[in-house]
Design a protein around this ligand. Structure first.
Ligand code: MCA
Ligand code: AMP
Length: 510
């Protein structure tokens, strides 16, 4: 059987292809039949451009239905989809193109002039455009292409996507995800979360990360569901469409913002059967406030780019198996999890260590980094997550911290090292330490603490200005503080815990 993700999803499409697959904010509908035809057109355009199976197609575009067609067309043609956050700057994009060597790069029309030299330098053969309305040179080519064509015969171990995740060294790694990784996760989640006839998903996440692209889209498509597709999270828009939807997936910031909205009432949520949260810790107070407001418990789950989804609170609640605040539930069917210390020694119930995972969801390795890949896998195939966790006596997994130096802001990961390298380079800065501080909206806020070089007067505005030029906006420090010297331990290591303590009130609501 063809293990191509698109073939597997297509087998799940409704027999009646006139059923709506995607509904746009203005109510315009794309049927399953149109979705299938559009994916075929995009696959044919890719083939015509010389994209062979296994070739990378890098994509940095705004969220649009055409971008979904491109994603599905890519799978159909056997190409490797490489989505990039639209917030990434030209410097950041240069690294990804150089590393992944795509055959095609699709960007926003307004970015074409600045990214053309970047693509040329990386040796990318084709540069095409797609805008937020789904127009551009690629869309034009797709309109002219035939919808018919075969679905590339893929094995479950063949690559379907590369998603870059930053690392503690500051250098991004491309996580290689296979057709089997993506399809197994989609089918498992569809069944586990009780997807059914008549379900409609409220989709307000970006589609360049695992959450919005794979968890939300693939799971819905694997159920033949309708997707209400919003360009971004906007509480008013989400509330306008909520009566038509049954399921929503979001990062904790979505739920914090909904709870702040006076229109988010029990009645507004009455037609929904499930709210799912992930990508960052959901505060227990958000979970409780949500339950008080709506009578429903948010289902929190846990995952990573490298493994897709790995654990979930139960959908079907039963005594002793309810959705519990502050936990990420149980391993998904077919997924094994365990807790170990740094040397790989297994730990017992309630002991805190690093979470390790194994299963059909776990990625194939980091693109062109065999050594890094080997470092993060145990000999028996478990992937070492870098998240500190424990498993309690009832079997619930709790994420209690991170062994990796990582900040998660509004569901986006920021590795301090990457920001520190940029800040340290700013004339007048001595050295810097970047930390995450509690933030009422984003969960954590990126914050830089710096020293000045002797006799220099560099200030917060100067640091922010340079960061904005070089880094994606969500990585830019929300505040910059200057100190005489950074606190260090006897080994000379910066004491970040001390800094977090010193500045913990910075973003607290008054
Ligand atoms: C935007 N800004 C941010 C963020 N987003 N700053 C910090 N953190 C962010 N996440 C910047 C904007 O550029 C702007 O800066 C200022 O903050 C305020 O913007 P605002 O209008 O409030 O932002 P927004 O457009 O409403 O976006 C916030 C958001 C968005 C809705 C939370 O960031 C979002 O959709 N996050 C979802 C991330 C996600 O999908 N993560 C999944 C990763 P300025 O004023 O300077 O212009 S996948 C994953 O983690 C794993 C696999 C998993 O488990 O799911
Ligand atoms: P990413 O590298 O963007 O895929 O982000 C994955 C990271 O997000 C994980 O390693 C965790 O640190 C974090 N994460 C995802 N879901 C949760 C959750 N429900 N609770 C706590 N942390 C989470």
């Amino acid at each position: 059987m063809n293990q191509n993700l698109f073939a597997i999803l297509r087998d799940c499409f409704p027999a009646d292809r006139a059923r709506p697959a995607i509904v746009q904010p203005d109510g315009a509908e794309i049927s399953y039949g149109e979705l299938e035809a559009a994916a075929g057109r995009y696959a044919n355009v890719l083939r015509r451009l010389g994209c062979e199976p296994g070739d990378r197609v890098a994509v940095q575009v705004d969220k649009s239905v055409e971008a979904v067609f491109l994603y599905l067309g890519c799978a159909q043609a056997g190409c490797v989809y490489l989505p990039l956050n639209v917030a990434y700057t030209a410097d950041e994009v240069a690294y990804f193109l150089g590393d992944a060597a795509p055959t095609l790069f699709v960007c926003r029309p307004e970015a074409e002039a600045s990214l053309k030299p970047v693509a040329d330098k990386a040796g990318v053969a084709n540069l095409m455009t797609l805008d937020a309305e789904g127009e551009g040179t690629l869309a034009e080519a797709a309109r002219a292409a035939s919808p018919d064509g075969e679905i590339h015969e893929a094995g479950e171990d063949d690559l379907a996507a590369i998603l870059y995740t930053s690392g503690t060294t500051g250098r991004s790694k491309g996580a290689m995800l296979t057709h089997g990784n993506l399809s197994s996760n989609a089918i498992t989640l569809r069944d586990l979360w009780g997807f059914r006839e008549g379900d409609a998903l409220l989709h307000a996440l970006p589609i360049f990360h695992v959450h919005g692209l794979f968890v939300a889209l693939n799971t819905s498509l694997a159920n033949g569901s309708t997707i209400f597709f919003l360009p971004k999270f906007d509480a008013d828009e989400v509330l306008r469409l909520m009566p038509k939807a049954t399921v929503m997936m979001g990062v904790p910031t979505f739920y914090v913002r909904l709870l702040q909205h006076p229109g988010f009432t029990r009645e507004a949520a009455a037609g929904m059967r499930l709210f799912i949260s992930g990508s960052a810790p959901l505060l227990e107070e958000t979970f409780r406030e949500f339950e008080e407001r709506t009578g429903m418990r948010i289902l929190e789950r846990y995952g990573m780019t490298e493994v897709g989804m790995a654990t979930s609170n139960p959908y079907e609640e039963a005594p002793g198996r309810e959705r519990r605040a502050g936990t990420v539930g149980f391993p998904l069917p077919g997924v094994e999890v365990r807790i170990a210390d740094e040397d790989g020694k297994l730990l017992g119930r309630d002991e805190i260590g690093v979470l390790e995972m194994r299963g059909p969801n776990v990625f194939k390795g980091y693109w062109k980094m065999p050594e890094k890949t080997a470092e993060e896998f145990r000999d028996d195939g478990f992937f070492v997550s870098g998240d500190l966790a424990k498993i309690d006596a009832d079997g619930y997994v709790h994420i209690v911290g991170r062994a990796k130096d990582l900040v998660i802001s509004g569901g986006f990961n920021v590795y301090p090292k990457e920001i520190e390298l940029v800040v340290d380079d700013i004339p007048g800065v001595g050295e810097s330490a970047v930390i995450g501080l509690p933030h009422p909206d984003f969960g954590e806020a990126v914050t830089a603490v710096c020293t000045r070089a002797p006799g220099e007067e560099v200030d917060e505005a100067a640091v922010v200005t340079v960061c904005k030029q070089k880094l994606a906006n969500f990585k830019v420090p929300k505040r910059v503080f200057f100190v005489e010297q950074l606190p260090r331990n006897t080994m000379g290591k910066v004491q970040k815990a001390e800094l977090r303590k010193a500045y913990e009130e910075t973003f607290k609501q008054s």
